[in-house]
Design a protein around this ligand. Structure first.
Ligand SMILES: [Zn+2]
Length: 293
């Protein structure tokens, strides 16, 4: 059977960018939804098998509503995960991850309801190598969905569950946006990000922020935690320098992790006063509405 002409066009377009000679398109029936994790199957069951398109690269298998979306997403996942693992100083991925891209916000809402997940979620990483998200038009809304989840995925592959929650979400927030902002800039588009500013009395002291182990079910509390975690990581990144990011992240993760306070006192000369300044600076930054560079 002749392939549709756009299949060839896509291959050519992708082949000229990132090593996409490694990308192949699979018939959905052959891709084997049985091997997908529980959450991925919940999402895949929302559409009949024949209505999924599947594209595969060495490190990702992407299920999407059509071939262009599957190929675009698998090429981005390969390119962005390579950049992000370089920034984080982490090894490349070994196991192939599954990415399921739901076609729109309605399908995403149906998936969240079916899986019993928080309705304000815009994407998620299952912890078992599965990333789920939906694709919005252009750069609107949350264009950082995929790189945000890729950061969680890379950290989980490298350190297992031994990643502090503030660091996991703070890095995903900071580096996820950095990734899409650069990509948009390369296309001559300036992305503007709007960040919610929590009420001052909802902000957490630094010690409380560092000790959070699970995300609050209430969306407003989760929003405060996301914002403060990202401001803390941004402040540390700027103070310590991007060239040392991989080093301090590795010190805080894994079975031999040290605490942030130990790291700052031992390696960066912080005293009580500096920790108080950091605490106040993170809360002040988190109260600032509007865009963040
Ligand atoms: Zn996250």
């Amino acid at each position: 059977m002749r392939p549709p002409p756009w299949t060839l066009a896509l291959f050519l377009a992708v082949a000229t960018s990132a090593r996409a000679g490694d990308i192949r398109i699979l018939p959905a029936e052959e891709a084997g939804r049985a091997e997908a994790s529980g959450l991925a199957r919940e999402a895949l069951d929302l559409r009949p098998a024949r209505r999924w398109a599947v594209a595969e690269s060495p490190r990702f298998r992407v299920w999407a509503a059509d071939v262009p979306a599957a190929v675009r997403t698998v090429a981005r996942a390969e390119r962005w995960s390579a950049t992000l693992s370089g920034t984080l100083g982490l090894p490349g991925l070994e196991d192939r991850a599954t990415v399921v891209v739901l076609p729109d916000a309605d399908a995403w809402a149906r998936f969240l309801a079916r899986a019993g997940l928080r309705e304000d979620s815009v994407a998620l990483h299952s912890g078992r190598g599965t990333i789920l998200l939906y694709e919005a038009d252009g750069w609107d809304g949350h264009p950082d969905r995929l790189p945000h989840e890729l950061v969680h995925h890379l950290l989980r592959q490298a350190f297992g569950r031994d990643v502090p929650l503030w660091l996991d979400e703070g890095l995903a927030g900071l580096l996820g946006w950095e990734t899409v902002r650069r990509e948009a800039e390369a296309q001559g588009i300036r992305l503007v990000r709007r960040l919610a500013a929590p009420e001052p009395d909802r902000l957490l002291p630094l010690n409380a922020l560092l000790s959070v182990r699970t995300l609050d079910e209430r969306p407003e509390s989760a929003m405060v935690f996301y914002r403060q975690s990202e401001e803390l990581v941004r402040r540390l990144d700027r103070r310590i320098g991007r060239d040392r990011l991989a080093q301090w992240v590795a010190a805080l993760c894994g079975p031999d992790a040290i605490s942030l306070e130990t790291l700052l006192r031992r390696d960066h000369g912080y005293k009580d006063q500096d920790l108080m300044i950091l605490d106040e600076a993170v809360r002040a930054l988190s109260r600032t509405p509007g865009d963040v560079d």
